[in-house]
Design a protein around this ligand. Structure first.
Ligand SMILES: [Ca+2]
Ligand SMILES: [Ca+2]
Length: 483
């Protein structure tokens, strides 16, 4: 999909119209930055004008991998990939195999695409800066003027912290985690199944994000290039990873929800944001085998495509106690809530806006369990026109070594990352009894997220249980000892 399509333009227009109301905030931010942010920190982020065509744009190519079929025969534990001879149609081969009574299923190796809605790539403002000095702990850092999604709805006047009607109150959640002795969800492992993460530097062409540290990662894998270096070539994965756990309280850039958690980069999407069912199923199994406790999946298959191989991997993840979270998909790139959000026990996440309304891109259906900030233009009945995107530090479009805080990341991709981050925080609070079976622990986390969500007064198919509330989800007692 090109950045000039309907949703891209809608995001662009909405973003600009949303700015009017934030002029004063931005002025304050600029003033704050002058005092808080050293020039070198800004330079390190290499914020520069970017070309109009964003590398984050999702390719229009859809469908399935050629000459391959995913099939499971009776008596087998999991399905597998079978090669097809040239000239054999994938769909016809699947139909023929499905007529065989010994075949449990046969399906094309469907492609999934990143669930971000592309828009204009450049954010003209300076970065936020989190308080790095102890004396600044009672002052809101510059981050708070960008990351509306992490603010409390009412703000905190005594602390000088602004509020935002669409915020999930990460501020109080961070406090709750410190009280629990697990700051930033320390000790939890979150797998990010995506386009990779800019998690380390390599040679002259790949750089680690200036807002990630080497200690924030556990080893991952690259199922696209089949190597052990899941480096991001798109920026989507680094953005998603940023929402989950961008380095926080380090004086530069922005913040992340579970900034104390370890991130596991699992690359299943290529530089165009496209992956296939086989690689995604392998990625899920890798994350489970390497003790991830949460798996984030910010991508979707086409509406109605069944992906049994992925569903099997998700079912195993559930039985092994791994919380799985997925975007429900965006109107335009998909037409209904689709896999993997519809998979077994997956928490399906829709997207909300700065004004606390449903995003005009967020798909409705029974697969919507909860909603979280995805930014962008709200549905028409929203009382607020605020339409800013989700800001994180990520790769400049087209680069694997230069970073920026772009203004074109909008969608249920971003929303899912919020739920994964808060799921990690919930696990860290110790409110899930470790005596429960692994599957019961997964159900408990999902239930806690739903029960503490804020009702937006929308139909259930649109909002699920409501808007994610990080503070409420992490203030639940009783607490059990460290899992
Ligand atoms: Ca690689
Ligand atoms: Ca930071």
């Amino acid at each position: 999909m090109s950045p000039g399509n309907f949703r891209g333009n809608a995001v662009f227009v909405g973003d600009r119209s949303g700015r009017g109301g934030f002029a004063s905030h931005q002025e304050t931010m600029r003033r704050l930055l002058r005092t808080l942010l050293p020039f070198s920190a800004v330079a390190a982020l290499a914020i520069a004008a970017a070309p109009a065509a964003a590398a984050t744009a999702v390719s229009p190519a859809r469908g399935f991998a050629p000459r391959q079929i995913l099939v499971k025969f009776e008596g087998e534990r999991h399905g597998r990939a079978l090669g097809l001879a040239p000239g054999v149609g994938v769909r016809r081969a699947a139909e023929a195999l499905n007529r065989n009574p010994r075949v449990v299923y046969a399906a094309p190796n469907y492609l999934a695409t990143a669930s971000v809605t592309p828009g204009p790539p450049f954010d003209p403002d300076d970065s936020g800066a989190l308080e790095g000095a102890p004396e600044a702990s009672s002052v809101a850092g510059g981050w708070a003027f960008k990351q509306w999604n992490f603010l409390a709805p009412e703000g905190d006047v005594s602390a000088g912290m602004p509020g935002s009607p669409g915020g999930i109150d990460a501020v109080d959640a961070w406090r709750n985690l410190m009280k629990a002795g697990r700051p930033g969800a320390a000790g939890v492992v979150v797998a990010v199944l995506d386009s990779g993460i800019a998690y380390r530097s390599r040679g002259p062409s790949f750089s680690r994000s200036p807002d990630f540290g080497p200690g924030q990662f556990v080893p991952g894998h690259d199922f696209v290039d089949r190597d052990s270096l899941p480096l991001d070539e798109s920026g989507h994965g680094t953005h998603v990873a940023g929402t989950i756990g961008e380095k926080t309280d380090n004086g530069i850039g922005l913040t992340g929800l579970a900034y104390g958690a370890k991130l596991m980069p699992v690359r299943v999407l290529d530089r165009d944001g496209i992956g296939n069912a086989l690689d995604i199923a392998k990625g899920i199994r890798f994350a489970v085998a390497h003790h991830a406790q949460v798996i984030n999946m910010s991508f979707n298959f086409d509406c109605g495509n069944r992906v049994p191989l992925v569903d099997e991997a998700l079912q195993d993840a559930y039985e092994r106690g791994v919380v799985t979270v997925a975007s429900v998909g965006n109107l335009g790139s998909e037409s209904c809530v689709s896999a993997p959000a519809t998979g077994p026990r997956v928490i399906g996440v829709g997207g909300t806006t700065e004004g606390g309304c449903l995003g005009n891109y967020s798909l409705a259906g029974t697969g919507v369990d909860i909603v979280a900030p995805g930014g962008g233009v709200p549905q028409s009945r929203c009382p607020s026109v605020a339409a800013r995107p989700i800001y994180q530090v990520t790769l400049l479009p087209g680069s694997t070594r230069d970073f920026a805080i772009p203004a074109n990341y909008v969608g249920t991709s971003m929303a899912a990352a919020h739920v994964s981050g808060v799921a990690a925080m919930v696990l860290a609070t110790g409110s899930v009894n470790p005596v429960l079976s692994p599957a019961a622990q997964v159900r408990k986390v999902a239930r806690l997220l739903r029960q503490t969500a804020r009702d937006l007064g929308l139909p259930r198919v649109q909002q699920g249980a409501g808007l994610l509330d990080a503070a409420a989800a992490t203030s639940v007692f009783p607490r059990f000892s460290r899992p």
